[in-house]
Design a protein around this ligand. Structure first.
Ligand code: URA
Length: 210
């Protein structure tokens, strides 16, 4: 994936995202749309996985059939909103290994504070995809990627639903080797670190909390 930032502008993605942004969309609707969009985004973020071939026998003859090379992918969810993206992607890549990183954003400093981490083994041999719907300040995302790298991961991609320019810039400065895939790049952050126009708090929208 050569570009640092890929914006997935497929009509289905953009249409579903607009419904998710609408404040009138219910929790159930938001969750369903997030699962559907995550399948489409997963398709994009895995587009350039290394390939090999596997000798198989069809009912007609033998052939060298394309197959994804290497160890199972690692999907790393940043809690809690990351889990909304994770569920859909796991339908597409059921054999993936899954890790979780718990970070909360200090409301005063907007800096990430880690409270949980459980990661798959042999990260150095896997492609890792970090999932978090909202790339806002980029502080949590950059911290999660730093932790992954400290744990051995070398080939990392970042998948989100919405990105703010500030978050993209922060990630590019901290981790220029990590490509980002998103459904949209919004205008800016507000004073509370929310993406504008955004969709509000992704975790609250998907879990029905306030
Ligand atoms: N996290 C969210 O859930 N929403 C934002 O707008 C920014 C960060």
């Amino acid at each position: 994936m050569p570009d640092h930032l890929t914006i997935v502008t497929h009509p289905l993605v953009s249409h579903k995202l607009s419904i998710m942004r609408d404040r009138e969309t219910s929790t159930a609707g938001f969750r369903r749309l997030l699962r559907e969009i995550s399948l489409l985004l997963a398709y994009e973020v895995t587009r350039e996985l290394p390939m090999t071939t596997r000798r198989i026998e069809t009912p007609i003859q033998e052939m060298d059939a394309p197959a994804i090379e290497g160890k199972k992918l690692a999907l790393i969810s940043i809690l809690r909103a990351g889990n909304g993206l994770l569920d859909g992607i796991l339908e597409l890549i059921p054999a993936a290994r899954v890790g979780f990183i718990g970070l909360y954003r200090d409301p005063e400093t907007l800096q990430p504070v880690q409270y949980y981490a459980k990661l798959p083994d042999q990260l150095e041999e896997r492609v890792s995809i970090v999932v978090d719907p909202m790339l806002a300040t980029g502080n949590s995302s950059a911290a999660a990627v730093t932790l992954l790298k400290q744990s051995g991961a070398k080939n990392i991609r970042f998948l989100c639903l919405l990105a703010a320019p500030e978050g993209v810039a922060r990630m590019k400065a901290a981790h220029p080797d990590v490509p980002i895939v998103t459904a949209a790049l919004d205008e800016r952050l507000d004073d509370h670190g929310y993406i504008v126009p955004g969709l509000g708090d992704a975790g609250d929208r998907m879990f029905g909390t306030k």
